[in-house]
Every structure is written in C-alpha cells, then in structure tokens.
Design a protein around this ligand. Structure first.
Ligand code: ADP
Ligand code: MG
Length: 704
C-alpha cells in the first residue's frame, strides 16, 4: 500500500486552490498524461518542469533601461489617457515616471476600470515587463506585473516558464506548481548520505522547489544539481523496481520446455518459403532458452517485414510439442485477425488447433473457445488484450508471444505471465523498433535479445521520394498509370491536431476526393470504425477488390498485404522517422516494384527536412533509428517516446549514462543487503518507488 504521507500528491490537482473544471481540462491536455490517469494530480504538476526562466532582476532607473529587455521599474503614476470612444485600435496609455525619465504603460483593448484600479494617479507602483522604444518615448505594453510597494515580495524575480497549451496561462501554472510544492510532505531521505554529499545534491523536496521557484536562472537547467538529483531518483526507482521484479522471477522456478520437433517439421514443410538464416538462428536461441530451467524473457527484434510471425509460430510449436499451450497476443484487433489468417492454414497442415479471442468474440462462440482452452483442446490461442480477462483460463500455458510489444505495459506482461501454471509462463516479445540498448536496460534490465538481421529473399527496395503537396496532381496522374498495371495503394493521413477527430476528418476528406477520381475502388479505414467494418475493408483490400486504402495511422502496425506496392504519406513532415519507417515497411513485400511517396507541406523545418532526406537515402531500420535519436537531440535523447516505451519524467538529462550506471550499482547493492527493503533506508526507498509509481514492483516486496 502506498504510504499515506504521499496521498496529498496523488490527489487531483483540483484540490489545489484556483483550479476549476476548465483548467483541469487544459492541464490534462498540457501535461500529456497517459490515458490511465483520468485527471491530473498534484504529482503530475510537480513533474511538469519549467522550460525556461524570465529574469526580472534588472531594476534600472527608467533612463537606463535597455529597450528590448525585461526590466522591473519603480515608477510614479502621472496620468491616464483613454482611447477616443469607439476607436479600439488606439491603446489606453498610462504615463509614469521616476526621477530620471518618463515611461508609457500601454494597454490594447484595455478594461478601463481595471487599469484605473491597478494604477491610481500619484501612487508608486512596481511594473515588470519588456521595455521598448516607440519613437521618442519609452513604453511597456501590457506589463507582466503591476504591484504596489506593499506587495513587492509577491513578484517572482525569476519566473519559471512552463510548456503551455492554448488557453492555459503561465500564471495559472506557476501558481499551481507553487502550491503543489507546498504540498510536499516531509519524507525521509532515501539516497545514501555520502553520495549526496559527494555530488553536492540537495534533498528531494528542495530540488523540486528549486525547479519551480528558481533562485538562479541556471537552477532549472537539466545539467544543474536539482534536476540531476531528481533524475537520479527516477533512475534509482526504475532500477530498484527492475531488480525486485527479477528477484521475484528468480524465486519462482521456471519450467524447461522441450519438443521433439515433429510439429516444427510439418510447419517447415507447409511454409510457402524457406526460412532465412536469421530466422533459423533466432529459433535456435529461443528453443534453447525454452529448454533451460529458468523463466524465459526474450526480445525478438527484427525490422518490418523480416518475418517475425513465422518465428513466433515455430516457437509456439515447441511448447505444443512439449504437450503445453501457447498464446500470441497482438496490439490491435486487425492484427490479431491477420495473424489468425496467416497461421490458420499452416496450423491445420501441421495438426495444430488454433483459437481466436478478441474483444469481439462474445456469447456462445467465446464460451466455446474458453471451454476448449481450459480442456486443452486449443494448442495456440491468438488474440488481443482480451487474453488478460480473468475468465480466460488455460489448461497449461507454457509460452506467450507478445507482438509489437511496445504497446503493452510491464504490468500487462506480468498479468499474462500469471496465466501460466505457477506464473511460470515463458515470454517472447517481438518488436520492429530497434530499441536502443540503454533504453532496454532501463526498462527490462538484462533482457535477452534475438535479432533478425536479414530480410527474406526477393525483397525489392522501396523507391522513396519526398514531394511537396502541391505536386499531388502529378502524383495522382502517376497513380492512374500504376493502378492500370495492377498496383495497390495505401494512402495515410496523419493527425492534424491533437484530437483523433481531425485525423478522421482529414482521412474522410481525402477519401471523398480520391473516390471522385478513382471511383468505388477507394476504401477508408480508421480507428473509430466498428470492428467488423474494419475487417471487411481490410479483407477487401487484401483480396484486391479495393485498390486504394485511405487510412489514419491505424495501419501502422504490422499489416501484411503483399500486393500493395505504393505507400503515400500525407504531411510526412509531421511524422517521426520511426513511424515513417514502419509505414513504409507495409510495401515492398511482393513482386511489384514499390514506392513510398512522402507528401510534405512547405516550408519544411530543418529537422523535418533531414528526416525526409534520411528516408530517401536508406531503408535500414537501425541506421534510421540512430539518425532519429540524433535528430531528437537532448530533449528526448533516449527516444523513449519514439519507441513507445514508457518515458521518463525527469531522467533525460546530460550525464544520463553515468547516472544510470550508478543507479544500477546502487540498486544491486541495496537488494543484496536489504532485499525486502526493511532497513530505515529500505523503508524510505519504498516511498521512492511509490513516488515514481513503480507500483507493480512495489507490490512484490513482502509485507513487512
Ligand atoms: P514482420 O517481421 O514485420 O512481422 P511478417 O512476419 O509479417 O513480418 O512477414 C512479412 C512477410 O514476409 C510475410 O508475407 C511473410 O509471409 C513473408 N516471409 C516471412 N519469412 C519469409 C522467408 N523466410 N522468405 C520469404 N518470405 C518470408
Ligand atoms: Mg509483424
């Protein structure tokens, strides 16, 4: 259970003064919280760190104020000059002075009463904002602060600037963050005292306070002490959580799973192709891992189109040969069904019994499947998240494959594992995203990796070209020619704003447009469609009844239609490299020459330009991933977002590698000397785990 001292941090941000329902909505948008967090909490505000600081400490005499800079001035109010009635273009002016010069405060569309109450004639006021020269006069338009001498202390001389969203004011966020800091309970120090001293780090709460109420402009820098301390806290929490999960796994015996190869032999005979050497190697590694007495957790990494599905099927056969069951889990309905379609004929040829379970299997059919499953009459169950439901009971699940794993969280992986006897299910996760080593380590610890490095024979390169959207007419003419020759086209429309609604609108509009030109052979696929409609559309495209499939990014993951040979991506400049690469991977799978057309809107930013050029230059997923990291630079140096891995809140700082290594050692030492976290430091570390929401790991320590 989470220590009750932390409750104030986990309560809704509404409990901070001055935050109503409207602000909550804006905050939700601004903080980009994961979907399971329904409402921003106090903690989420604390982790929303300032991106900059406005320095108001320059307090010159008016005469000496440098135009173009931010200054705080002490002035006397001389006179008000309201704009002529009915002319809203002319601003309201308030003339002020000190002993050296005059200054106009300028307000456009001012509310007269407000200005009068803020700046009474004859009074002294402190005003802060950007000063400018306007002809002969000095002026400040819309000062950021106007305060009376008595309230002078309320003006933040170093004002944190937060990443914002339209409609949310910086002042609201500042205030909320300040209140959030005040909510910090007294927490016992979890870091080693000597280590803190050596690094010159302050306490956790002080560090947070420094970020939200900086005392020096540099305080908020990712390289500065406060941020470094918090980064280390996050990394230590992560490493500790991983260590706990690993200890727990080790404590539970795995089961050796070996087969005699008879089903695999039949599968190989039924496959319409020869396995690549990469596939054969990966299979060897997986079989050896399954045969070992520990529990398996392995990652199969292979670029799009490298043939991971065949490897999954062959590995699942091992468990069946051993008399047990396997499961294959996909992130989407479309993909689960596609896997089922690929696997079913092969399975039949090899004498494997396969079942399907997604959110759409309901009623009698579902009951039937569950009955067969628990009786052991299904060898391989293919499905989606629906496999997690508690009434899904296997007779003997020995092996689970998770496809495109980055869509699943760690807790889901653990839940699946628990479905096996004694929670001993062996797990293989498959991904096309080349996840950087550091990131893997941070999230999984020492996970074993198999790689598919070669592509199946006969793959044609995909000719990739970036063209401005203005050239679309020419593109459509070329498509006409291609279609006449039997081509099939994916046409992807991206997220225009942050809501799915507009992505949908863009796709619908393009669909209508293309339909006018190409008629009924143009289909539309989007996330909001009913499942059966999605299937039908996908099936029509796969069967070549539809020639052009306009889609939102739902097709990104894993769809396999070998005859499709043209990928058009609209607003390609808005996609990340990894995503572009994923999308392009949908074509180049068949005999036809393939193309990827990246439509962009001008003007193109530097980074977007570099991305598109990279796409034109190479198809190598690893090179692309590297370039992606490079282009992302410091802000997202680990590419966590790109790979879909759960990101960090504060840990992406200079010196990350060093901090991570130290955190790993530290966690190891802690778990060797105090595996149940019962010492005083251990107790404090439990709080740390909860603070960083490593709850699934926290659940693992024995009640103390
Ligand atoms: P991914 O690794 O992206 O999941 P898939 O498993 O969907 O790739 O395979 C992509 C395509 O390559 C499929 O049409 C599959 O039948 C085919 N394929 C897989 N392995 C081979 C192989 N060894 N030789 C030829 N084609 C193969
Ligand atoms: Mg796949």
């Amino acid at each position: 259970m989470r220590p009750s001292a932390l409750n104030p941090l986990f309560s809704s941000a509404r409990t901070l003064g001055g935050i109503g329902p409207r602000t909550i909505e804006l905050l939700k948008k601004c903080l980009e919280l994961p979907p399971q967090i329904a409402e921003p909490r106090v903690l989420d505000l604390l982790w929303h760190l300032p991106a900059g600081v406005i320095d108001r400490r320059a307090e010159p005499l008016v005469r000496d104020a440098v135009p173009g800079t931010i200054v705080t001035l002490k002035v006397r109010v001389l006179k008000h000059k309201a704009p002529p009635r009915g002319n809203s273009k002319v601003p309201y002016k308030v003339t002020c002075e000190d002993d050296t010069a005059r200054l106009d405060l300028v307000f456009f569309h001012a509310e007269r009463k407000f200005v009068e109450s803020q700046l009474p004639i004859g009074e002294i006021r402190y005003v802060s904002g950007r000063i400018e020269r306007y002809g002969e006069t000095l002026q400040m338009s819309h000062p950021d602060y106007i305060v009376a001498p008595a309230a002078r202390g309320d003006m933040p001389m170093l004002e944190p600037v937060y990443p914002l969203t339209a409609g949310l004011s910086g002042k609201v966020l500042q205030k909320a963050a300040r209140h959030a800091v005040e909510r910090m309970p007294d927490l016992a120090e979890w870091q080693d005292k000597g280590w803190l001293q050596a690094r010159g780090w302050m306490g956790f709460t002080d560090a947070l306070a420094r970020l939200h109420k900086p005392q020096e402009p540099d305080d908020i820098s990712p390289a500065a002490l406060p941020r470094q301390r918090l980064a280390y806290d996050e990394l230590l929490a992560g490493q500790l959580a991983l260590g706990l999960v690993r200890l727990n796994m080790k404590a539970q015996p795995g089961r050796p799973v070996t087969g005699d190869g008879h089903i695999r032999k039949r599968l190989v005979a039924a496959l319409p192709f020869k396995l690549t050497n990469s596939q054969i190697n990966a299979l060897k590694e997986i079989a050896a891992d399954l045969a070992a007495p520990h529990r398996m957790l392995r990652l199969l990494q292979g670029d799009v189109g490298s043939g991971k599905t065949a490897v999954a099927l062959m590995s699942m056969a091992v468990a069946v040969e051993a008399g047990a069951q396997s499961a294959l889990m996909a992130p989407t309905e479309v993909l689960a069904r596609q896997h089922m379609e690929t696997i079913a004929p092969l399975a039949e040829a090899a004498g494997l019994r396969v079942g399907l379970l997604t959110g759409r299997e309901k009623g009698k059919g579902r009951e039937e499947t569950l009955k067969h499953l628990v009786a052991g009459d299904i060898d391989i169950l293919v499905g989606t998240h629906a496999l997690f439901q508690s009434d899904v009971v296997f007779k003997d699940l020995a092996f689970a494959v998770i496809d495109e794993q980055h869509r699943f969280g760690v807790h889901q992986r653990l839940a699946l594992q628990a479905k096996g006897a004694g929670g001993a299910t062996n797990v293989l996760v498959m991904t096309a995203t080349p996840i950087p080593r550091t990131l893997l380590m941070t999230h999984y610890g020492d996970l074993d990796v198999s790689r598919l490095t070669e592509k199946p024979a006969g793959r044609k390169p995909v000719v990739t070209k970036a063209i401005p959207i203005d050239a679309m007419e020419r593109l459509i003419e070329r498509l006409r020619v291609q279609l006449a020759e039997g081509a099939q086209v994916y046409w992807v429309c991206p997220l225009i704003e942050t809501s799915d609604v507009s992505e949908l609108a863009a796709a619908e509009e393009r669909h209508a447009h293309l339909k006018q030109i190409f008629g009924d052979t143009v289909g539309l696929l989007h996330g909001a469609m009913a499942g059966t409609d999605k299937d039908e559309t996908m099936a029509a495209f796969a069967a070549n009844r539809l020639k052009i499939l306009v889609a939102t990014t739902v097709i990104e993951v894993g769809v396999n239609v070998p005859n499709a040979n043209i990928m058009v991506i609209e607003h390609a400049e808005r996609f990340g490299l990894a995503q572009l690469h994923q999308l392009r991977g949908r074509v180049g799978r068949g005999a036809r020459e393939s193309f990827c057309m990246l439509l962009y809107k001008e003007p193109l930013g530097e980074t977007a330009k570099a991305r598109l050029e990279m796409m034109e230059k190479t198809e190598d997923g690893f090179l692309i991933a590297e370039k992606d990291l490079e282009l992302r630079g410091g802000g997202e140096m680990l590419g966590s977002r790109q790979s879909g891995m759960p990101g960090f809140r504060v840990a992406e700082v200079p010196g990350f590698d060093m901090l991570l290594a130290a955190a790993r050692d530290d966690a190891q030492l802690i778990l060797t000397t105090d595996p149940d976290l019962v010492s005083p430091r251990g107790q404090a570390l439990r709080t740390l785990l909860y603070l960083f929401e490593c709850d699934e790991a926290a659940r693992l320590f024995r009640a103390a």
